[in-house]
Design a protein around this ligand. Structure first.
Ligand code: FAD
Length: 520
């Protein structure tokens, strides 16, 4: 039965997907599903199922339920870093196959008029295995519309990021991706296909969002769409002090909407000419050269870069040309940034197209593929750290342990808890303002051994616990129930366990998260 699925979907598969290695044989599919972007974990499945529809997903789950041991893992684009999308000896659902051969043709514009009159609201109905990049191009090219909330990198699947959170510089204003979903079609662990939303089966809807794949396989998502901006004024500025950096970043993310940027991010970098970790990592394409002589005397070993973006919409009269619009955007941004305390002179700005801006990490991928670091292991660590503790975290971890850099970005930027629905499964720190700290390590030849980097991640987590920081792991990876219970906290853990019993009582789904053992 499983082989039948494999044959059928192999015949229906697209020739090759962006950002995915071709795996055309059954053995090749299984080998690909046994690894992930992290390159640290490995678990060989019994078979890879390439479903063509939600009904195929349901059949695979029902077939697994008939056995005492089989598990089922949905695999999006395999961009996890700790085996979360793997199923040792189980079935891996290749969600990229869902709705092939043309995922774009499977996307649908849904228009609703809630009061029967004006106030038209538009949505995209997209397969769970669609890449956000595919959603972007489809929505902008065909309808001049776009979702509001993104990840930095778009070659991630809709189902994969909705199972975690989905954050980027838009999150502070528009909420994470899990706050930007109107409806889901889900196949639960009992093999039932269900449509859920905030008003229909809300408990399932919120359980699945940020649910680490535990409660159902997302086969379709309805994403709200908005008018797509035409262009983006993209700006970076530099800070020598964490206090100034966080004060300004937190001020920016708490501005009222009519005075706010559309995107606020930032990162820590090394105060040196190191091409990967240092000054050269700051200028944006088309921006100026980094002039270190502008840094204040006494700047420490670590500096900070605040990154903001303001969207521009096409609404100009015919007699206004592109240059005038760009000048206008530059003036607006300068006014919005005037109160900031960044190092004067270290400002980098460019006007770029909206799609180019959202696709900016593709350039990083191309370079990493060229130099081999894309295929090397990625011992990444992602944390949400409360604003209360970010200065202490900076002192103990960033300056204390990572002052030489990590051969990749060290993202540090704030978002607001009130933009996250507490009913979702995502675990967040207590404070209203918290920072994403993303240590996106790329291993280079001649650099530290991978084991050392993994050990350092462990030391960072221990330091967070020992210092009593208000923090949560984003993309958590734990082995025992006690760790998971601590991750969620008592009340949320109880709810997580209850939801598991309700929607996946045999614990068939997402075994790679290592939360619940399969019930025979
Ligand atoms: P996978 O890794 O394949 O799966 C992740 C988990 O979700 C697994 O447990 C899997 O079983 C489950 N799952 C997958 N599909 C489904 C489905 N349809 N239904 C139910 N469960 C499912 N994250 C951010 O939030 N912001 C970023 O800016 C960001 N940038 C990234 C950049 C890079 C280069 C990489 C590699 C990752 C980045 N991520 C980011 C992390 C990313 O969100 C996670 O890796 C996420 O898991 C999505 O990847 P994926 O679609 O490949 O899912």
């Amino acid at each position: 039965m499983m082989l039948a699925y494999m044959d059928r979907a192999t015949a229906a598969a697209e020739p090759e997907d962006a950002g995915r290695e071709p795996a055309t044989t059954a053995g090749g599919c299984a080998a690909a599903a046994a690894t992930d972007f992290g390159g640290l974990a490995s678990a060989m499945p019994a078979a890879v199922v390439r479903p063509a529809s939600a009904d195929d997903v349901a059949s695979a789950i029902r077939a697994a339920a008939l056995t005492p041991h089989l598990t089922v893992a949905a695999r999006g684009n395999g961009h996890s870093v700790a085996g979360q999308a793997m199923a040792e000896g189980g079935l891996v659902l290749d969600m990229r196959s869902l709705a092939a051969p043309s995922r774009r043709a499977q996307m649908q514009l849904v228009v609703q008029c809630p009061d029967g009159g004006g106030g038209r609201r538009c949505f995209a109905d997209v397969p769970g295995g669609a890449l956000w990049e595919e959603v972007l191009h489809w929505a902008v090219d065909n309808h001049g519309l776009a979702p509001a909330s993104w990840t930095d990198y778009l070659r991630l699947t809709v189902g994969g990021t909705l199972s975690n959170g989905g954050v980027s510089g838009q999150s502070f204003r528009y909420g994470p991706q899990v706050s930007n979903v109107a409806e889901l079609e889900v196949v639960t662990g009992d093999g039932e296909r269900r449509v859920c939303s905030p008003s229909s089966h809300p408990d399932l809807f919120f359980a699945v969002l940020g649910g680490l794949g535990q409660f159902g396989v997302i086969t379709r998502a309805r994403i709200p769409l908005h008018r797509a901006p035409q262009a983006v004024r993209w700006t970076r500025v530099v800070y020598a002090s964490i206090a100034d950096y966080t004060a300004d970043a937190e001020w920016l993310v708490t501005r009222p909407p009519d005075a706010a940027f559309d995107y606020v991010e930032g990162f820590a970098f090394v105060n040196s000419d190191d091409p990967v970790n240092g000054w050269p990592s700051v200028p944006i394409p088309g921006g100026a050269r980094f002039d270190p002589s502008l840094l204040p005397a006494g700047a420490g070993p670590v500096l900070y870069c605040l990154e903001v973006a303001l969207y521009q919409y096409a609404h100009r009269p015919d007699d206004v040309d592109d240059d005038d619009e760009e000048d206008q955007a530059a003036v607006t941004v300068s006014r919005m940034m005037a109160p900031l305390k960044h190092v004067r002179g270290l400002e980098f700005a460019a006007d770029v197209g909206y799609v180019d801006f959202l696709s900016r990490v593709n350039r990083v991928e191309e370079e990493a593929r060229r130099n081999g670091s894309w295929d090397a292991p990625h011992p990444w660590l992602n944390l949400f750290v409360s604003a209360r503790d970010i200065a202490d975290f900076d002192r103990a971890v960033i300056k204390g342990m990572l002052a030489d850099g990590i051969d990749g970005p060290m993202l540090v930027y704030p978002m607001l808890k009130s933009k996250w629905d507490p009913n979702t499964s995502v675990a967040l720190p207590e404070g209203e303002v918290f920072y994403l700290v993303a240590l996106l390590r790329f291993c280079r030849s001649g650099g530290p051994a991978v084991d050392e980097l993994v050990a350092q991640n462990g030391a960072i987590l221990r330091a967070c616990r020992a210092n009593g920081y208000d923090y949560k792991a984003y993309f958590p990876s734990y082995r025992g129930e006690a760790d998971w219970a601590r991750h969620f906290g008592a009340a949320r853990w109880r709810r997580f366990v209850d939801r598991k019993a309700r929607y996946d009582p045999l614990a068939i789904l997402a075994p790679g998260q290592k939360i619940f053992p399969r019930v025979p």
